[in-house]
Write a protein that binds this ligand. Structure first.
Ligand SMILES: [Zn+2]
Length: 259
């Protein structure tokens, strides 16, 4: 049985902890302290670490965690920006994460070295996507290094996964993203419904994650460049006619950067 835990760190990051009740794996440990507390409280043995990209809030805890558990395998992208990676992975690399099977997807956009990990479904769980800062609940990551074309390609890969896939993003940005989404697509009833649900979770001190691909497809404007209302809003913001999904996504991203 997969136990999937968003471990809060810094002001709005989540480090994802996976465990089978005895062994544990981590995704993007930007900080070591909250993770070590989680491991000790649950009496878990750290067996591996997955890294999605080189930003400090995703890798900052590596040195302390490797001092805490030397020789822990660290999986990460082919880049020289993350020295602690022991196992370099790339698009299509298959990994055994304890009893689970994972596949690596190259998704350059937020950074050029960005990868995602898709844990295949089994009897205990739907598939799980660790998408780092590429896709957020109701939003997406900034384009620091890549292009809107690359972001759209990444989204197409995510859209090809089963709709029940659990989406594990690395930040709690959901309410701010929903405020933007409402500006873009105010006539989407599923979006209105989601706003209420996510507000209730935050008021109760609960994470809004994981999300599911189905929820994102229905409410995340960055996955909805085909929606007539999203198109009209993007064209209005750009004060220009926009042709194609990439142009819509590029405009939405620029709009959100200034929102
Ligand atoms: Zn990042």
């Amino acid at each position: 049985m997969l136990d999937l835990t968003p471990i809060p760190s810094f002001s709005d990051n989540y480090i994802w902890g996976l465990s089978d009740g005895r062994q544990a794996w981590l995704v993007d440990p930007g900080d070591a302290e909250p993770v070590i507390t989680w491991l000790e409280n649950k009496k878990l043995d750290l067996r591996g670490i997955l890294i999605t990209h080189h930003h400090a809030d995703h890798i900052g805890g590596l040195a302390q965690l490797l001092a805490y558990r030397p020789n822990t395998p660290v999986y990460g992208p082919e880049t020289d920006k993350i020295k602690a990676v022991t196992d370099r992975v790339q698009d299509g690399t298959e990994l055994n994460i304890g009893p689970w099977h994972a596949t690596v997807l190259d998704v350059p956009a937020h950074t050029l070295d960005h990868i995602a990990y898709y844990l295949a479904p089994d009897a205990s769980q739907p598939g799980v996507l660790f998408c780092g800062d590429t896709l957020f609940a109701a939003g997406c990551g900034r384009l620091f290094e890549g292009t809107a074309k690359q972001l759209n390609q990444a989204f197409k890969r995510f859209k090809a996964l089963p709709p029940e896939t659990l989406i594990c993003c690395a930040h709690e940005y959901t309410l701010a993203n929903l405020a933007f989404a409402q500006q873009v697509e105010p006539g989407n009833p599923k979006l209105q419904e989601r706003c209420q649900q996510e507000k209730c979770k935050r008021e109760a001190g609960l994470p809004t994650l994981p999300s599911t691909l189905a929820i994102e497809l229905a409410t995340n404007p960055f996955l909805r460049p085909h929606s007539p209302e999203v198109q009209v809003s993007a064209k209005h913001y750009a004060k220009a006619d926009l042709v194609g999904e990439e142009a819509i996504i590029a405009t939405l991203r620029r709009w959100k950067d200034n929102f």
